[in-house]
Design a protein around this ligand. Structure first.
Ligand SMILES: Cc1ncc(COP(=O)(O)O)c(C=O)c1O
Length: 391
């Protein structure tokens, strides 16, 4: 019997990461040592106290039942306090949705807020899951190209009024994956007033929260006055708390948007594992210093990589936040997919081709700072050699 996937699934381009896995196999088969600067997951390990809490809770047989969709009162209180302490934002516990990871939550938000053929405004380049989730939901995407000359910020004035009028939401993410750009208070204020004027919901993915450098303040869009009337913000424990495998995240903000998200989550999830809820609570209540330490490590790695790129003659911008360098391939180095494939199969170094992040990523590669300094140094040496030999 032949099983035919749905039209909605056929509409989605295969994830480039599955292709990269094949190149990686080829490299391993040749006996090359793989240095993975492609992955976005942090390598610094989880926040220690959260692990202890998780272990203690997981040892209790009573913690293995379904949990309420609302999570635990302790975690909701921790989220409300954390928003207040870290971002001076007052939110109501009711306006928070707990999620088994933000990737799934952001994806299901499409189903909660838009019907097939509705329009959503998505940035390009961007975390690839935004576009694939919109395609699965049957939505039309208005591609908002982020440009280097605007610091990878959106040109809101360039969005046609009729697009803004019909769009169900605009999705933005800062500190940005893949460009490493950060936002500013004035940009967020402009975004909120644009949203109010055009009556467009802003979905703000703040996955890299505190990973900012050079005095750039970590910012929440919800700190802009009136933002809760036009915005929802997503946070995850995956990045700065090093808990990607725990699968826990949350969204907060606009009451009706959060209520719609909670409603759809009930159909797709069955509560979050109690030890995960407990670990997340400890991370928010006690993890500030560990987060600062993690950011200091990424800053040190950023400096190392930038100096090595200078030495190779690769022009680049230092990321203002997040854990990525977004590098334009120097002229004559071929297109990004061929470059990354050749690099991996020849040297064992994994970079992500820019086109994985959208049309606007062609000719770029993303280098992730999620390896210790010595491995970054070795990888950069290999990249320099490979790239030199291609000239
Ligand atoms: C911008 C962005 N948003 C969301 C996610 C997904 O995070 P989570 O682990 O919470 O699903 C990622 C993961 O790489 C990301 O880069």
């Amino acid at each position: 019997m032949e099983v035919i996937p749905s039209r909605r699934l056929t509409a989605v381009k295969p994830y480039i990461f599955s292709e990269i896995a094949l190149w990686r196999k080829a490299a391993e088969a040749k006996g090359l040592e793989v240095i993975d600067l492609g992955r976005g997951g942090p390598d610094l390990g989880p926040y220690g106290e959260a692990v202890e809490e998780l272990a203690v809770t997981a040892a209790d047989p009573a913690k293995y039942s379904y949990t309420p969709y609302t999570g635990s009162p302790e975690l909701l209180v921790a989220i409300v306090r954390w928003f207040s302490r870290r971002f001076s934002v007052d939110i109501a516990g009711d306006d928070v949705a707990l999620l088994p990871g933000s990737k799934g939550g952001l994806s299901r938000l499409n189903l909660a807020l838009a019907d097939p053929h509705d329009t959503v405004i998505l940035p390009d380049p961007a975390f690839p899951s935004y576009a694939s989730a919109a395609a699965v939901a049957g939505l039309e995407v208005y591609r908002l190209e982020l440009k280097s000359e605007l610091g990878w910020h959106p040109d809101l004035a360039g969005i046609p009024e009729e697009v803004a009028e019909r769009a169900r939401f605009i999705l933005l993410n800062y500190p940005n994956n893949p460009t490493g750009s950060v936002t500013t208070e004035s940009l967020l204020t402009e975004l909120v007033s644009w949203a109010r004027r055009t009556r467009t919901l802003v979905v703000y993915d703040n996955a890299y929260q505190f990973v900012t450098y050079d005095g750039n303040e970590p910012l929440s869009i919800l700190s802009v006055p009136g933002a809760e009337e036009v915005a929802v913000e997503f946070h995850t424990f995956s990045k700065v708390y090093g808990m990607a495998g725990v699968r826990i995240a949350f969204a907060a903000g606009h009451s009706q948007a959060i209520a719609a998200l909670k409603k759809i989550e009930v159909f797709y999830q069955a509560g979050i594992f109690a030890p995960s809820l407990a670990a997340a609570t400890v991370a928010l209540n006690e993890g500030d210093a560990a987060v600062a330490d993690a950011v200091a490590v990424y800053l040190d790695r950023r400096e190392t990589v930038s100096a090595l790129l200078d030495g190779m003659g690769w022009q680049h911008e230092k990321p203002g936040g997040a854990t990525y360098f977004w590098l334009k391939l120097p002229g004559g180095k071929g297109e990004d997919v061929a470059f990354c494939r050749g690099l991996l199969e020849t040297t064992g170094v994994v970079l992500t081709p820019g086109s994985a992040f959208g049309e606007a990523g062609r000719g770029y590669v993303r280098l992730s700072l999620t390896q210790p300094r010595e491995r970054l140094e070795r990888a950069l040496e290999l990249i320099g050699k490979y790239s030199g030999e291609r000239e």
